[in-house]
Ligand binder design. Structure first.
Ligand SMILES: C[S@@+](CC[C@H](N)C(=O)[O-])C[C@H]1O[C@@H](n2cnc3c(N)ncnc32)[C@H](O)[C@@H]1O
Length: 306
């Protein structure tokens, strides 16, 4: 029993590595040293076998190490001058201090060209995911991260400055109440909104703390440009279903069943793969634990398609 648990864990972790190698070419030269070829040593003595096994069973990477590896090409500094940063795991978005709408930034200070199509990541966490995207698409798209934990916003801003990225911006904001005002004031079109692994707030009486509420759905749909998209994902089925139900109800959004020939949905309508080209941190942690990620992609049709 124990050994089969161990084997399946090893198998999952090797799958995680395979996924990472697919997403991150820079990893191709550093696969984990714990390859799973135990059986090829069956001709050696048992003590030699044990030594070989011990050598092969070097500690498997922790998921925080996987995050660092997946985002290694950002080369983020860990010596930011932020003083002592103790980051809280959770905050209550309904607390009065977090119910104040965020101040709309001067968009031409936030972005070099504030007329570019905008992607907004709601609950962006550390910001690594957006910085990775911003680095790959300079001059094409702006990226705005909304995050309710102020300290990680401060750190993300410092990282973006360090990397001299002029197409990514982070805002300390309760997205549920600030999104509408922010995107309505943005000079360019809203091209993509992502809500990736939002906090599930499992207890029924806490569902009102979930970031995606009806007014936010309406604000996303109303402001999305024709052809604009909404991407949701969660490793928590209940949470993925909650987001799916809310967006499925919107008549002006179309669920994308086939993104391209190699990116289809399964029979339940969940996208079979990550269309972004990089995993979020929560996604890396969840896949490391063997979880499935439930993804949906929606599009506001262009007038010519309706
Ligand atoms: C589970 S984490 C996921 C982070 C990231 N999207 C990922 O996939 O790795 C959820 C994030 O949403 C943030 N968050 C929760 N409620 C929010 C709200 N109302 N407005 C903005 N951010 C929120 C949390 O602080 C946290 O960083």
């Amino acid at each position: 029993m124990a050994s089969s648990y161990c084997c399946s864990r090893l198998l999952l972790q090797s799958q995680s590595w395979r996924l990472m190698l697919r997403f991150s070419p820079f990893l191709a030269t550093s696969p984990p040293s714990s390859s799973l070829s135990f059986s090829s040593n069956c001709h050696v003595s048992s003590s030699a076998q044990l030594t070989t096994l011990q050598q092969q069973q070097q500690p498997l990477p922790r998921s925080s190490q996987l995050v660092a590896l997946e985002y290694a090409d950002l080369n983020l500094s860990h010596n930011l001058d932020l003083g002592h940063v103790r980051i809280r795991q959770h905050v209550n978005p309904l607390s009065s201090s977090l119910s104040v709408p965020a101040q709309v930034p001067e968009w031409n200070h936030a972005f070099a060209d504030p007329t570019l199509p905008l992607m907004v990541d709601i609950g962006c966490g550390s910001g690594r995911f957006l910085m990775w995207l911003a680095k790959r698409t300079p001059k094409e798209r702006n990226f705005l991260g909304l995050e309710i934990r102020q300290k990680i916003v401060k750190r993300a801003e410092s990282w973006a400055k360090d990397l001299a990225l002029d197409n990514v911006h982070f805002l300390f904001a309760n997205a549920t109440i600030s999104f509408k005002q922010l995107v309505e004031s943005y000079p360019g079109p809203l091209a993509l909104v992502s809500i990736l692994c939002p906090d599930p707030h499992f207890k029924k009486r806490h569902h009102k703390r979930r970031v995606l509420q009806k007014p936010l759905v309406d604000a996303i749909v109303d402001n999305l440009m024709p052809g604009g998209q909404v991407f949701t994902q969660s490793d928590v089925f209940e949470m993925a279903l909650d987001m799916r139900n809310q967006f499925d109800e919107v008549e002006t959004l179309k669920h994308i069943e086939v993104l391209n020939p190699s990116m289809l949905c399964d029979s339940e309508g969940w996208l079979l793969g990550n269309p972004m080209g990089i995993r979020t941190e929560r996604e890396i942690h969840a896949e490391h634990e063997g979880a499935k990620i439930y993804r949906r992609l929606y599009q506001k049709p262009c007038p010519c398609q309706t």
